[in-house]
Write a protein that binds this ligand. Structure first.
Ligand code: NAD
Length: 207
């Protein structure tokens, strides 16, 4: 990691893209790649690829390129994807159910370990094998579970409250699906999945 630990977020996003491409190459038996190959597969400029890697030390060999398995393993370690990450889900509705039932998440080492809701009719029921727990008990439950990641899948008007409960439960990274800007302490990192923003950008590009 760079000395000050500050890696630009777009670099981290691109690292995840490289991982996906490298996984595909590996499954097709490709053993080495060049930065130009990466550019062809991702559309990300070869110089940008090399700069992204340069934050984390020396990679590849001049004239030979990058060993696909080695590069993938190193990026995986950089992104801490080799450690199983426990995730708390707040909101056991339509989206929460889809996320909890999404099996590839576990294959990528992210495990939703508990689902929380405030609807009495849902608490105690099962969501893809997970018991739906009372969100009011999230702090005590996470003392036992020890998750550091959370997902917010509650309506917009409940998202701030959900975020505060996650923070109180010692969660330090939050993936927020609610269309609202959360106010969170500085030590917590939030990523927003904003469907409307994505669709608005696509809409602009419509002929
Ligand atoms: P939903 O109404 O089906 O589910 C929301 C769940 O949150 C319900 O189970 C509800 O009981 C629970 N909830 C409400 N207030 C709560 C609180 N204070 N604490 C804990 N749980 C609480 O809604 P949804 O369709 O699953 O959408 C959830 C969020 O994700 C919304 O903010 C929505 O805008 C966003 N979103 C949904 C989709 C989608 O495809 N469904 C897509 C993008 C974004």
């Amino acid at each position: 990691m760079p000395a000050n630990g500050r890696v630009p977020t777009p670099t981290l996003e691109r690292l995840a893209t490289y991982m996906t491409v490298l996984a595909g190459l590996k499954s097709r038996g490709v053993e080495t790649v060049s930065s130009i190959d990466i550019e062809q597969h991702t559309g990300i400029n070869a110089a940008q690829f090399r700069k992204d890697l340069s934050y984390f030390g020396e990679f590849g060999r001049p004239g030979v390129g990058y060993d696909v398995s080695d590069l993938r393993a190193r990026i995986s370690r950089i992104l801490k994807l080799e450690e199983r990450q426990k995730v708390l889900l707040v909101g056991a509705g339509n989206l929460g159910s889809a996320l909890a039932g999404y099996a590839p998440l576990r294959a990528e080492n992210f495990e939703i370990v508990a689902a929380f809701d405030n609807d009495r009719a849902k608490i105690g029921k099962s969501l893809w094998g997970l018991a739906i727990l009372d969100v009011d008990n999230i702090v005590e439950e996470n003392r036992r579970l020890g998750a550091r990641m959370g997902i917010i899948a509650v309506p917009a008007n409940a998202a701030q409250e959900a975020a505060e409960k996650l923070v109180e439960a010692q969660v330090v990274t939050i993936l927020n699906f609610a269309p609202v800007v959360l106010r969170i302490p500085r030590h917590v990192t939030v990523r927003n999945v904003d469907f409307f923003q994505e669709l608005a950008v696509l809409s602009f590009h419509l002929p």
